[in-house]
Ligand binder design. Structure first.
Ligand code: ADP
Length: 448
């Protein structure tokens, strides 16, 4: 009996153990299932992240694929498009207090803040990025925000995500993505753009350094061409008058008796005119080297500019047969403090040039007046004018326009004239358009 009871108890115990084992096993297998699916999820996530990283790396390689900015940026955009959606994308750098657009593509790329354009950095989102070193998300540009956004908004753009570009610990600029829909960037996309920003900074830096170097090399090459042109020009300009001086002197010496008094007079006049030309040329070259060396000196006194203008106009008019000069001086002009001889040199240079480039029978107009505490002298001609791109060149040392109907000259006059104007605290500028003549304006401060 006892044995039967023990047996039943044993059976019961065995059954309980079996049930416990089954339950435990089931539980373990569901934990294993959960672990397996978690592992699968992690593997997928890891794969996705690896893909994203690979795509981001492709973007960086694209940007580093060329040192030519346009090519590199085009390749970069193609890769970014496969990674994250945008309607406009830009790389903007901070340089000398302004926001310089290095590259931009998409909506309004050519109209609003196009590549190469710059705006003051003050108040812009870039200024904030530089300060915080953190990405910024403008969910809706409908809301008042940064001054540059008004124009983005007018293009129908609404949300803007911007991430800093770093060089070492320093923020050098930003990568900006813009979309038409408000609040259009997911957290994942923002993370991705942030990653791109961190990766592209050094490629951007390389392109920038290369561009700066190329600009310097181009500038040096241009200056050296100007100088070489100048050397051949000066030797030509020296040789021509010298040849006529020598020729005339010889003729006078050898044929003095045969020549009539008038002939002798005209040879002597030629010698005088050509030696004047030589002296002027040599004095320009000397002035230029003094300006370069910082030893160009001035003798300041009170100058009556009205008198000086009329005097210079009269002298140039005397030497000009085919072009007239008209002067309108709004007297009384305030007295200026300056070097009279040097100011006369500036005026004479402007008047000579205006006469030289005027069509025969035409007149050069000179207008002198006081305005906003300054005296202004405008010298206007109706000659061929100067194109926008040449207007910087002509004020440079040796700078001359050699295309079209170029006249003889060394390209030093305006360089010297502007240096003189600036040494007086004034300025010398030109306003002109091809075929519409030119107006050169000298401005001088009035004694305070
Ligand atoms: P230069 O006359 O000796 O060449 P300048 O420095 O006086 O030197 O002038 C530089 C250049 O500017 C000239 O070679 C010419 O191309 C241009 N220029 C100056 N004045 C005028 C003008 N009034 N109209 C058109 N071009 C001008």
């Amino acid at each position: 009996m006892i044995a039967a009871e023990v047996l039943a108890a044993l059976l019961l115990l065995t059954a309980a153990i079996a049930v416990w084992l089954v339950v435990r096993l089931r539980r373990q297998s569901s934990v294993a299932d959960a672990r397996a699916s978690e592992a699968e999820r992690l593997r997928d996530e890891l794969g996705r992240r690896a893909d994203v990283l690979e795509a981001a790396n492709r973007c960086v390689r694209a940007l580093g694929s060329s040192l030519e900015l346009d090519e590199a940026f085009d390749a970069f955009i193609r890769e970014v498009r496969g990674l994250v959606d945008f309607d406009r994308i830009a790389i903007v750098l901070s340089e000398e207090g302004s926001a310089q657009v290095l590259a931009v593509a998409g909506v309004g790329a050519e109209q609003v803040l196009p590549p190469g354009s710059a705006r003051p950095i003050k108040g812009t989102l870039l200024e904030e990025i530089l300060r915080t070193g953190q990405p910024a998300y403008r969910t809706d540009m409908n809301e008042p925000g940064y001054p540059e956004e008004e124009r983005f908004h007018a293009l129908g753009l609404r949300s803007r995500f911007v991430t800093p570009l770093f060089r070492g610990a320093r923020t050098i600029g930003m990568l900006s993505l813009v979309r038409r829909e408000p609040n259009a960037f997911t957290d994942e996309e923002k993370e991705l753009v942030g990653l791109l920003g961190r990766l592209v900074a050094s490629a951007v830096q390389n392109i920038r350094a290369y561009e700066a170097e190329r600009k310097t090399v181009d500038e040096l090459r241009r200056l050296s061409t100007l100088r070489a042109d100048f050397v051949s020009l000066v030797s030509h300009e020296l040789r021509t008058p010298m040849a006529s001086v020598i020729g005339s002197a010889r003729t006078l010496q050898q044929r003095w008796r045969e020549l009539t008094a008038e002939q002798r007079e005209s040879f002597l006049q030629l010698i005088a005119a050509e030696t004047d030309r030589l002296a002027a040329l040599i004095s320009d070259v000397l002035d230029t080297s003094r300006i370069d060396a910082g030893t160009f000196s001035f003798r300041f006194s009170d100058v009556d500019l009205a008198e000086l203008v009329l005097e210079s106009v009269a002298a140039v008019e005397l030497a000009s047969d085919e072009v007239g000069l008209r002067a309108d001086v709004r007297e009384p002009l305030p007295i200026v403090r300056g070097d009279r001889a040097r100011l006369r040199q500036v005026l004479t240079n402007l008047l000579d040039n205006a006469v030289k480039y005027s069509p025969a029978g035409d007149a050069v107009e000179v207008f002198a007046y006081a305005e906003d505490g300054r005296v202004r002298v405008d010298v206007r001609d109706h000659g061929p004018g100067i194109s926008e791109e040449d207007q910087r060149l002509i004020f440079e040392k040796f700078g001359r326009v050699t295309t079209g109907n170029a006249r003889p000259g060394t390209g030093l006059g305006l360089f010297i004239a502007r240096s003189i104007a600036e040494a007086h605290g004034g300025s010398l500028e030109v306003a002109s358009a091809p075929e519409h003549g030119a107006v050169f304006t000298l401005q001088l401060p009035v004694q305070g």
